[in-house]
Write a protein that binds this ligand. Sequence first.
Ligand SMILES: Cc1cc2nc3c(=O)[nH]c(=O)nc-3n(C[C@H](O)[C@H](O)[C@H](O)COP(=O)(O)OP(=O)(O)OC[C@H]3O[C@@H](n4cnc5c(N)ncnc54)[C@H](O)[C@@H]3O)c2cc1C
Length: 290
Amino acid sequence: MKPAPFEYHRPDTVAEAVTVLAAHGDEAKPLAGGQSLVPMLALRLARFEHLVDVNFVDELVGIDRADGWLRIGAMTRQAAVERDAVVAADAPLLARATPLIGHFQIRNRGTIGGSLAHADPASEYPAVAVALGAEVEIAAAGGSRTVAAADFFLGTWTTALADGELLTAVRLPVWSGRCGFAIEEMARRLGDFALAGAAVAIRLNDADDGVAAAGIGLFGVGPTPVKARRAEAALVAGERHPAEIGRLAMADADPTDDVHATAGYRTRVGAHLVARAVERALAEARGGQR
Ligand SMILES: Cc1cc2nc3c(=O)[nH]c(=O)nc-3n(C[C@H](O)[C@H](O)[C@H](O)COP(=O)(O)OP(=O)(O)OC[C@H]3O[C@@H](n4cnc5c(N)ncnc54)[C@H](O)[C@@H]3O)c2cc1C
């Protein structure tokens, strides 16, 4: 099938993009890498009168570190994130998550902002964002705002973005000190969306091996990425048994049955993936200073 007819807009700046978006309200959608939007349009699962192609807005591209944060422009391709030395050094969890997204052809076009705005609950980047405590920057004709990742994902394919708003960047806090990171997922085939997954960040105290901070983001186990707050708190409180951390993490999740897996399967596998990721992150953190 082909998409329904639409009017194509090609802004060169964020200001132009949000002006067009504001003019057309819920009839307009930004077009980023097109890896999710174009199939949805072609299958007629979605229809918009106006597509605002932000691929020529240079100010939306780039990776910068400042004041303990890594700022990544929304239109930065996933392939660029995958190859970037600053990301590898300052946000290893994001670097390790990226090769798990689809296939390299998809990552060559797909963008970090598109993945976050699309908000597929089985996506890796949203879970990494909630695990690390990221923030998203949003622009609109009336001004800009920042939203914590933990408040950004509202439901399947639903975010805090309102009509007329454009996601412009994601800001990731740089976890420094004795840190470890791990991401684990279960997918039927390489490149498929995950049936369940866990992204974990851990920072240890300098003085001993106590956990100073823990971030756990789950994916594929509910309508949104899940911040596993009970498991995070238990790690900081001294709980070390991986199976117990896995159980606590899944207590915050809300998996459902679908054609790919049952809720029970996702719960069991999710708990194991959390346990494995926590063990790996702890081992890396104990291994050295970052
Ligand atoms: C075969 C296949 C396998 C895949 N496997 C995975 C996988 O394993 N894991 C995974 O995470 N993803 C997977 N994807 C999805 C892929 O990562 C997409 O790149 C991503 O979901 C969307 O990014 P995009 O830049 O292509 O956005 P688009 O498809 O252009 O847009 C997606 C949605 O986000 C909105 N949007 C995009 N950018 C912005 C912005 N800056 N501000 C506001 N709204 C915006 C669009 O309007 C649209 O609603 C797969 C895709 C395919 C085709």
